[in-house]
Write a protein that binds this ligand. Structure first.
Ligand SMILES: *Cc1c(COP(=O)(O)O)cnc(C)c1O
Ligand SMILES: [Zn+2]
Length: 402
């Protein structure tokens, strides 16, 4: 199997499977033979490998087999907060707790197949954990480039898979460009957010959602966006299913950003096809640290996905994100990280604006679990307190009051 790569913008085609960027500058994605694809052809494969025929590699060994197959839950009690008929595609239920595993499950084995050498990534969050876990399960050396001031708890999360962790002092944002260059000069494949094989893996989230709704489709999808990689994968999935004739009425793709760093929202509002990178004075602090890339490498492709499907991009602030995170847990039973809670906060905004109607079937995509960070704020939790002897009476009065 050796599928070609294509540019979403200028349609240029490349045969070199190691190529990541088009001559025009845009990131590439893999083609697949989607025209002949049908749901009936999907074999009973583990998780996302159900759609193996549309992926650029055969099902690999290792933890990659556990990626995908996440639950899609109709969650009536979230309807009020979301302003629609809410479904939740819980991407926190992946081997390392984030949708990134769909991408790593394809990109890491793809790089391993391509030859010797290490794999690596530039991340101190979910991308780092996911890449390190997949490399570990294939017995491949992994190098993770992190910022020098990385918080210790994140270091511990990444370190459990025993990659070589390199703290890099300097402009961490600029490392993305350096990484592409290092991959061509050293025996290492640095798999960042827009590695074409990752985007192939991400499209399986869309396949799982659409197969669950088939022959209908949800009215809309709402997901957080940062680099635009996941949004690109969702769009590639939509294009595949359209080519297969399985998606007559594709869902509108809505992306949610944080006001602390929202180049996609700004570009969307300004009617621009390409985001303008944000300067240091245009970004701020946020609890949603998985989103807020000031210079999203797949930004143009994410914006094209939104426009092509009739969606929009919105930004939410930390207060809205905190409230949505609480609603996810209290009304839905989902533990999601702040960036993921932005999906619900964004849906609220969109329904206020009239973009989403209350009878629309909308799939919220919380991209990552909240379990990784829970506990840091334990001091502010309200509890009851009693002795063992007085517990029965205390409990009786609490249950009375409830
Ligand atoms: C990486 C990540 C995002 C952002 O995805 P992009 O592909 O960079 O747009 C959102 N949520 C979580 C939990 C993530 O880990
Ligand atoms: Zn191009």
């Amino acid at each position: 199997m050796n599928p070609a790569l294509r540019c979403h913008r200028c349609e240029e085609r490349y045969e070199d499977p190691a190529r990541v960027r088009c001559a025009c500058g845009e990131p590439l994605w893999f083609e697949s033979d989607a025209e002949t694809f049908d749901w009936a052809d999907c074999r009973e494969r583990d998780g996302m490998w159900r759609y193996e025929s549309l992926l650029p590699i055969d099902r690999p060994d290792g933890i990659a087999r556990a990626a995908g197959g996440t639950p899609l839950v109709r969650s009536e009690r979230l309807d009020d907060a979301a302003g629609c008929r809410a479904y939740v595609k819980d991407e926190g239920e992946q081997p390392t707790g984030a949708y990134k595993d769909r991408g790593s499950a394809v990109a890491v084995p793809h790089a391993v197949e391509a030859g010797g050498g290490a794999v690596g990534t530039v991340s101190y969050g979910n991308m780092a954990m996911s890449t390190a876990a997949h490399a570990a399960s294939l017995g491949r050396e992994c190098v993770v480039l992190v910022p020098d001031d990385i918080p210790p708890v994140r270091l511990a999360l990444i370190d459990q898979y025993d990659p070589t962790i390199v703290r890099v002092d300097g402009d961490y944002g600029a490392l993305y460009g350096d990484a592409l260059d290092l991959s061509t000069r050293l025996p290492i494949a640095i798999l960042v957010s827009d590695a074409p094989a990752r985007i192939s893996g991400y499209k399986t989230a869309l396949f799982e959602i659409c197969e669950a709704f088939a022959p209908d489709a949800p009215d809309a999808l709402v997901l957080p966006a940062s680099s635009g990689g996941f949004a690109s994968g969702i769009w590639l999935g939509i294009r595949d299913l359209e080519a297969a004739g399985l998606l007559p009425d594709p869902p509108r793709v809505y992306l949610v950003q944080t006001v602390a760093g929202d180049p996609l929202t700004r570009a969307f509002d300004a009617g621009e096809t390409d985001p303008t990178p944000l300067g240091p004075d245009e970004t701020g602090e946020t609890i949603a640290h998985s989103i807020g890339n000031p210079d999203p490498p797949s930004g143009a492709r994410a914006l094209a996905a939104v426009r092509d499907t009739g969606g929009a991009v919105v930004s939410v602030d930390d207060d809205e994100i905190r409230a949505a995170q609480r609603r996810f847990a209290v009304d839905g039973g989902f533990c999601v990280e702040p960036a993921s809670a932005a999906s619900l906060a964004g849906a609220s905004r969109l329904s206020e604006r009239g973009e989403i109607a209350d009878d629309d079937e909308v799939v919220l995509i919380p991209t990552g679990t909240g379990f990784k960070e829970m506990g840091a704020d334990g001091a502010s939790v309200t509890t009851e307190r009693t002795t063992r002897a007085s517990l029965p009476d205390r409990l009786a009065s609490l249950l009375d009051a409830a």
